[in-house]
Design a protein around this ligand. Structure first.
Ligand SMILES: [Zn+2]
Length: 385
């Protein structure tokens, strides 16, 4: 019996206007409506927020980073303290990544061979080694609802030979990750690689989908590719998974436009630090676009950041107050701004799900897209958006 049960509630329409679908993913610590966005809690905390605020923002699952928690405070310490859920005070679903992305993106600090990757800690320079078996052991000790197979991501723009070599290694590591995984109360997802090459993507999708994983990650994107290259890669990959009963997860996407385009192409799950990171820099997302709260004009603006937003920032404070907090580098600024951007992002996903449930997603796509494009463009010109 698998620890993950996924059900497609509304499949894509037969007319081919979209591959977007509405789903429901049942995990040991709760149920997730898909398409869904996972806020990132790198160090077992979504930066600046109390878990109750993460939940109030609309999050039903968060991601925690295996690499960071392995180094500090240590997976065995977390296991001995009752596992990640108890340790961080979050009793809803958690997904841990494999550590592959952090380990292999350390550049000069790491060496990869067929057995695994040796790397130096970014904290103290100490030497460590991750193999598929060790990544799984660390993730089993952390005890998230979903673990992920150890992989070797490469930049999408890497030469084909490099991409192919990493893909083949990822396939061997996928089999070893599966063989090493023993926890029956934890799901395990596998990762498709293959860069921007449709042929490699096809080989990888068929290989990974042929293994008994609980979900299919689409890796190696959200890197240095253009949106057009990413969309083309998704269009070459997702149709191969038609009829596959498992959830699809694109790692590392977080802007509303990127999320929308990937949902449209059939992706169910996402994670990214982006909404929280830009919030801490004073960039607030609203339906009209984005506001830079460090801009002079907000110092006298009594309006809330977003009229009608239910978040702790907008229900109580003005743009002028938040602007002041950022200028004074007060800690409350980071907390309130993060609450808002996560609320906005998770609400955007909820709107997509409402449209999918109603069967109006293809019709609403232009409006959703123009709303999302405004977030990626310049700052809002009007004072009240
Ligand atoms: Zn708000």
């Amino acid at each position: 019996m698998s620890a993950a049960r996924f059900e497609v509630l509304v499949p894509p329409p037969a007319d081919g206007s979209t591959r977007a679908r509405l789903g429901r993913l049942e995990l040991p610590h709760g149920v997730i409506d898909t398409p869904q966005f996972m806020p990132v809690g790198t160090n077992a905390t979504v930066k600046a927020l109390h878990p109750d605020e993460v939940e109030a923002a609309g999050a039903s699952i968060i991601l925690a980073n295996t690499y960071h928690l392995y180094l500090r405070p240590g997976h065995e310490r977390i296991r001995d303290l009752g596992g990640l859920h108890a340790f961080m005070g979050w009793d809803r679903p958690i997904l841990t990544d494999s550590g592959g992305y952090q380990v292999v993106s350390l550049g000069d600090l790491r060496v990869i061979d067929d057995d695994g990757a040796t790397f130096k800690s970014h904290i103290d320079g100490s030497v460590h080694r991750f193999t598929p078996e060790h990544s799984i052991a660390v993730q089993e000790a952390l005890g998230a609802d979903v673990a992920v197979a150890f992989d070797q991501p490469v930049f999408p723009s890497s030469p084909r030979a490099v991409v192919e070599d990493a893909m083949e290694r990822t396939h061997r590591w996928a089999e070893r990750s599966l063989a090493a995984h023993t926890r029956t109360d934890q799901a395990l997802f596998g990762i498709v690689q293959g860069g921007l090459d449709p042929g490699l993507r096809e080989r990888s999708a068929r290989f990974i989908a042929g293994l008994p994983f609980d979900g299919i990650n689409i890796g190696g994107l959200a890197g240095d590719e253009t949106p057009e290259e990413r969309n083309a890669t998704l269009d070459a990959t997702i149709p191969l998974l038609d009829g596959d009963p498992r959830p699809r997860y694109l790692m590392g996407l977080g802007s509303p436009l990127d999320l929308l385009e990937a949902v449209h192409r059939g992706v169910d799950l996402f994670d990214s630090v982006l909404p929280a990171r830009v919030a801490r820099n004073g960039q607030l997302w609203i339906p009209g676009g984005r506001l830079n709260l460090r801009n002079e004009r907000f110092r006298d603006d009594p309006a809330p950041v977003q009229e009608g937003c239910p978040c702790p920032l907008c229900t109580r404070f003005s743009r002028a107050y938040l602007s002041h907090l950022f200028r004074a580098r007060e800690l409350l600024a980071y907390r309130l701004a993060t609450c808002h951007n996560l609320t906005f992002t998770l609400d955007f996903m909820a709107r997509i799900r409402v449209a999918l449930r109603a069967g109006t997603f293809p019709v609403e796509m232009p409006e959703l897209r123009s709303r999302a494009v405004r977030m990626s463009g310049g700052e809002v010109a009007v004072k009240r958006a």
